[in-house]
Design a protein around this ligand. Sequence first.
Ligand SMILES: NC(=O)c1ccc[n+]([C@@H]2O[C@H](COP(=O)([O-])OP(=O)(O)OC[C@H]3O[C@@H](n4cnc5c(N)ncnc54)[C@H](O)[C@@H]3O)[C@@H](O)[C@H]2O)c1
Length: 357
Amino acid sequence: MSNKLRIGVVGCGGILEWAHFPAYMKMDNVELVAFCDILTERAEKFSKKYFEAGKTDKKPAVFENFSDLIKMEGIDAVDICTPNYLHSIVAVEALENGLHVFCEKPDAVSVSEAERMKAASEASGKVLMIMRNQRYDNSTRYLKDRIAEGKMGEIYAARCGWQRRRGGPPHGSWFSKKEESGGGPLIDLGVHMIDRTMWLMGNPKPVSVSGCTYNVFGDNGSGSGLLPEGTKSTFSVEDLAMAFVRFENGACLQVEVSWASNVKTDDIFFELRGTKEGAVQNQNTKGRLTVVSADGDFNPDLSAYSEAQGHEGNIRHFADVVLNGAEPMFVPQQGINMVKILEAIYKSAETGKEIFL
Ligand SMILES: NC(=O)c1ccc[n+]([C@@H]2O[C@H](COP(=O)([O-])OP(=O)(O)OC[C@H]3O[C@@H](n4cnc5c(N)ncnc54)[C@H](O)[C@@H]3O)[C@@H](O)[C@H]2O)c1
């Protein structure tokens, strides 16, 4: 391997544009060597931009087919930014061809796929990491340290959610087609909040799940009004999910996520209940973190946690793990546990029963 990590990106849409690419533009220990998209003009656009910014001496290769990118000379890793159903397909092929993998969330659209990804990583000895950008937010890192110092006691219960009043994907988007996305706001937004909360709870093992999902607004959940006349709905996922998860250590987690729901306002929130202190953060209260206890509440100073946050923090960590052998903060078993929870919520919603994992 050269002293830079040579990455090829598969899927050149929204998340590459606003999160991954800006991070790579700031990084010096990574070189983007290829871009792939079935819409090759998108791959070409990023290749040109990266080259013209002087980030590389050689214009990154452009591919339409991800198998060609995986097999190219001089590539160490792939960054997967495709629709969800392709995550495990691209990841397993890349791992089997000796590449490290960084992949967008959700880990996979089924437990068996997440297990195949873990097995392929173990067989090849290559790193497999899934985006967990919320672990890199300053408030999450602050709380992780505070919990590790024992100040909050044991975290035995939590709530989290991401609620949109009207904020679904545009009509016809892959996000709203079950066969391409694996689900609606639960797999899209819930995965972030569930991971953030479970990470702070110390990643307890989930043992049972109960959930309900609803599809009330469908394609109209984007807030754009009724579908144009003669247009058929392609919306085959939920627009609201509510769930309750129990863990092996007796802790529990309540989850609420929506793309469309008659709630007063949009909100992104999580709340921890610890034996010594609690913590709460709501987008509604301008995202300020509050630590709560019998001695009074306070908004902690997060200035010591201002280094690379969110997606950039996570991508930098991936490079550090591959290049310098840093201790990975994500291991594939956490991905399997995550998909087990998501899958069980859908199964519980379908059967009307609590699912035991
Ligand atoms: N971590 C986050 O905060 C966050 C936010 C948004 C999206 N995401 C995730 O990122 C992934 C991509 O989402 P997006 O919003 O960028 O979607 P998008 O639709 O904007 O982009 C996906 C791209 O993949 C391309 N594509 C489709 N099939 C392909 C194939 N076979 N080979 C190569 N390219 C292919 C599409 O043409 C498109 O350009 C999803 O898994 C999504 O869940 C994560």
